[in-house]
Write a protein that binds this ligand. Structure first.
Ligand SMILES: N[C@@H](CCC(=O)N[C@@H](CS)C(=O)NCC(=O)O)C(=O)O
Length: 297
């Protein structure tokens, strides 16, 4: 999570809001939808068939105190636009006074050479609705009108209780800061398990995959192999929750989603990164073997 260096007196980590919040929008003077203009990394780019429309860089999984680094190592794609070495250079190109966090994903405009947006939830929305004229799956609607209130409500629950919750537990510097966050992760996982048990499926809100499925998937695929050990969120695991386990497998097997998951990169990023935040959680950098219940050994 961004801004993990800010800590309260109690030892709680403070997660900063993303600061680049422009929208690619039809009719927008600065950032209109265009083919071969924007650049980033994300699942929804694949689901909406935008691989030939929006460029992609994949940073190296090991993060040092210099932040994310572009690379041509296996599974990585360098910065073909500016030939930068670090993500931070992209941020400083947009705003020389920007002081972080230098997080990914980043939606970058190759024309104005500016970061459009660095908030994944908003990039998902733009890809869902603004690039349909270039998309090979324009009919796929991850935020359908009829489900919006449910989607908004569950996004909030999942974001606070799980996606941000695991970081607050894992990066906490005191027992008092850790315990409430780890308990909230546990309670939220049980709440979602209960919800999934009652819905007709196959996805959270029925037949159609939505952005909430994607947001929950990206955090729960990491839960058992990473957050359970590394972030000490070990009051429950996905493998102990039968309905969430089935749901996670269904999403993993849906479309090209599994192609966007690189568990080797995910585990090495958390367990072996040498930035101060990660090093203090796992100083040896040793990576556990387990890949979680879906991918297996
Ligand atoms: N609000 C952002 C947060 C993104 C985020 O925290 N990304 C992590 C990787 S998953 C990161 O780049 N952390 C680097 C850092 O905080 O220095 C979003 O959801 O897009």
């Amino acid at each position: 999570m961004g801004g993990a260096d800010d800590v309260t007196k109690k030892g709680e980590v403070i997660l900063k809001d993303s600061q680049f919040r422009n929208f690619v929008k039809k009719g927008d003077a600065e950032f209109p939808p265009e083919k071969n203009r924007y650049h980033l990394t994300l699942i929804v780019r694949n689901l909406k068939g935008l691989e030939d429309v929006v460029g992609l860089s994949i940073v190296h999984y090991l993060m040092s105190d210099d932040g994310w680094e572009f690379s041509d190592a296996p599974g990585c794609i360098p910065d073909t636009v500016n030939n930068f070495k670090f993500i931070r250079e992209l941020y400083h190109q947009s705003d020389p006074n920007y002081s972080g966090p230098f997080s990914v994903p980043v939606l970058y405009d190759t024309k104005t050479k500016k970061i459009v947006n660095n908030e994944s939830s908003e990039i998902v929305r733009m890809f869902n609705s603004e690039f349909n004229e270039f998309s090979t799956s324009p009919e796929l609607d991850l935020y359908p009108e009829a489900l919006r209130s449910q989607i908004d409500e569950w996004n909030e629950v999942i974001n606070n209780g799980i996606s941000n919750g695991v970081y607050k537990a894992g990066l906490a510097l005191t027992q008092d800061a850790y315990e409430p966050s780890a308990k909230l992760v546990y309670e939220t996982m049980l709440k979602v398990e209960d919800f999934v048990a009652k819905v007709p499926g196959p996805f959270l809100f029925g037949e159609a995959l939505t952005e909430t499925d994607i947001r929950l998937f990206t955090t729960l695929i990491r839960h058992d192999p990473v957050y359970y050990f590394h972030f000490k969120c070990n009051l429950t695991a996905v493998k102990d929750l039968p309905n969430l386990s089935l749901w996670l497998k269904r999403v993993y097997d849906h479309g090209e989603i599994k192609d966007t998951v690189n568990m080797d990169h995910i585990k090495k990023f958390y367990y072996s990164s040498t930035s101060k935040t990660h090093l203090q959680v796992n100083p040896t950098g040793v990576v556990p073997l387990y890949n979680g219940p879906i991918i297996g050994k």
